[in-house]
Design a binder for this molecule. Structure first.
Ligand code: UDP
Length: 243
């Protein structure tokens, strides 16, 4: 615990991070790997919340483009995040760590319903919380859900764990000369529409002075290194907070 710099951390896991090399769905090996990284954090004494995405299964915008009603599509997307959350909870349990799924959409037979007060009490008691269904409302994303839950939990740091090792000035998959930022501010990320998180999520973080780090979930130990204050991936801060 002594070398931990961030006592309470919210990790956002995109649905893509859970599908591994598959084209969609959930890769059990990725669940096991991710669970191990999260457990290392929790066992080091970090109070931990996890927000899971659902893009590996359904996204409302994609379903709407295919002709479905947008709100119905977003409901399907949120249900997809619940499936991912249950898979992650199962993965944590198999590694010997209990966790609780709290959903922004009530489904009492399946998981707990999210309330800020209950979640804050549980997280402070050291329970790993997996937040599902994003904000619980359509037209949002789980990035915004992650910013919101991080602020509600009074997290010290928000980590977005993806398949990329940081934020680049252009898509590193398409451009071999893409440059990775080590540090930038929310104003720049929003102005330049950098692929960090959606704008609503970044505005919430900026307004509440919550630092964000984007890192690669496949880099072993990255989450724990971040908790210890080491430099990993790209850090995004409020402009005046930059050193
Ligand atoms: N979603 C929503 N409200 C929220 C969060 C998510 O309606 O607050 C829906 C939306 O359709 C979204 C889908 O759930 O596309 C899956 O979430 P997201 O796309 O953020 O997942 P990720 O890209 O992180 O895998």
């Amino acid at each position: 615990m002594a070398d931990i710099e961030y006592k309470r951390i919210l990790v956002k896991l995109s649905g893509e991070a859970l599908m591994g090399e598959q084209a969609s769905g959930i890769d059990p090996q990725m669940i096991a790997k991710t669970a191990a990284e999260l457990i290392a954090l929790a066992r080091a004494g970090v109070e931990l919340g996890v927000v899971v995405g659902g893009g590996n299964l359904f996204r409302g915008a994609g379903l709407a483009a295919a002709g479905l009603d947008r709100v119905t599509g977003d409901h399907m997307g949120m249900l997809a995040t619940v499936m991912n959350a249950l898979a992650l909870k199962d993965g944590l349990l198999r590694e010997g760590e209990a966790a609780t799924v709290m959903s922004g959409l009530a489904m009492p037979q399946v998981c707990e319903s999210y309330t800020q007060r209950d979640a804050r009490r549980r997280i402070a008691a050291g329970e790993i919380l997996i937040f599902a269904a994003g904000t619980g409302s359509p037209y949002f994303t789980t990035d915004t859900g992650a910013s919101l839950r991080a602020i509600e939990m009074r997290a010290d740091l928000l980590i977005k764990a993806t398949k990329v090792d940081g934020i680049y000035d252009k898509d590193p998959v398409k451009h071999s000369d893409a440059l990775r930022y080590s540090h930038l501010d929310y104003d720049l990320a929003i102005d330049q529409r950098l692929a960090v998180m959606d704008v609503a999520a970044m505005i919430l973080c900026n307004d509440n002075s919550l630092d964000l780090v984007v890192c690669d979930i496949n880099q072993p130990g990255a989450l724990l290194d971040l908790a210890k204050g080491k430099t990993v991936g790209t850090r995004v801060t409020r402009k005046e907070a930059q050193k």
